[in-house]
Design a protein around this ligand. Sequence first.
Ligand code: FAD
Length: 464
Amino acid sequence: MITKSKITAELENILPKKNILSAVEECYVYSQDGTNDIKSDIIPDVVVFPESIEEVQSIMRFANEHKISVVARGAGTNLVGACITSRGGIVINFTKMDNILEINKTNMTARVQAGVVVGKLQEKVSEMGLFFPPDPSNLKVSTIGGAIAQSAGGPKTFKYGTTKDYVLGLKVVLADGTLMETGTNTIKNATGYHLEQLFIGSEGTLGIVVEATLKLIPKPETTQVVMAYFNSVEDATNSVTSMIDKNIYPSTIDFMNKNTLQTVEKFYPCGLLTNREAALIIEVDGFKISMETQIMRLETVLRLSGATDIIIANTSDEQERIWTGRRASFGATAKLRPDVVTNDMIVPRENISKLVSGINKICEKYSLIVSIVGHIGDGNIHPQIALDLNNDTEVKNYEHAKKEFYELTLQLGGTLSAEHGIGLEKKEYFTRAVDTVALEYMKKIKKMFDPNNILNPDKIFDVG
Ligand SMILES: Cc1cc2nc3c(=O)[nH]c(=O)nc-3n(C[C@H](O)[C@H](O)[C@H](O)COP(=O)(O)OP(=O)(O)OC[C@H]3O[C@@H](n4cnc5c(N)ncnc54)[C@H](O)[C@@H]3O)c2cc1C
């Protein structure tokens, strides 16, 4: 087996020394990610910061030759242990490949390096009257490479879809260092297999994305935010169906349950009504001229669906105040116990109230404190659980609860992850959620792309 010092020495032939970290205390930082309940004591041998595609190719050629595992890393904010270095090896960090290479207004496309921060791209295209809708809540730090690898979504999925809907083409460095270009820079493409889609949600297990061509859309002229409270989760869910019936098409329909309202208000008071069972945050966008009609129709639908209180944000400050309450939910829940973990599951929208009440019952059974938020328009729920990860009983209880969450989700016709991915966190349950023939073909694809199993090994499923 090749030693750490030999790996470092070889990499120094590929990259300038300033772009290599090998001290244990430096590498330790890159062995973990945003996942609170999985920690690894296996530290990468080396962390590298390439600045060009050619450098990434040389790193992969070297790693493949010596069968060294390689974990690509963006901001390391995923929540499923997807870039935990379970076998040491090399971490390729993309923070130095963060250039927006081109924004083409006529074609409505952007060509970007993998390390571009999602929020930075949104800002730049917005200045040109364009819009890149995928917006994981931590868009100020998470990268395009990470968003592609995790198939990230966010609040705007209901109307605009997720990252996968905006990837037109990719440049990918394969396990043996070969550069593959897949897809196009055109809005439509029916020219053979869509290999670029294979890399979306593949969590760095099939190839290293170095560049992406992304679809953009025109920026909506204006946005308005409405908050509605309900006395039951069912009423809140049914209001979404009524909106669709009335051709109202919000960009966002987000959800907070009673515990969340109470927890946020306790720690970050912002005027939430804490005695309601559910609240929806609804964002509509479009032409200014259409806004009054959209809001009027929305208000009627909400009232007929049983909304007890409707707050229409008329200024950007009021909009921000509503969103601050929603965004504070994770931090507020974290204040209830020493730690907080979040989960991500999705069911067909018709089953969302069953999922919410099931999660509450499961948490009650295991004495877990939960606040539930989610993108209810998509059927996507995030239970946020406050616990002490140093308390074995609480950890065990969470493990039992998690298993029951997933069983319930599958029973309700849903699936394990909507936008966070599988990583190490959900691997144990993955085989129950996918068809056996599909799994067999996933394994064949993995073996074909990465015969030595060096690309982010141990994630999603075991190769066998
Ligand atoms: C506070 C918070 C809020 C969040 N909110 C949302 C949300 O609303 N919606 C949502 O979808 N997610 C959300 N997430 C999860 C997270 O934002 C996404 O998973 C994100 O897209 C990860 O980006 P990253 O750059 O941090 O990737 P990382 O965590 O660095 O990596 C994620 C995965 O991508 C792989 N990878 C990274 N770069 C490359 C590359 N260039 N080529 C190949 N593989 C690569 C890694 O190996 C790993 O498997 C949230 C996370 C946090 C901490």
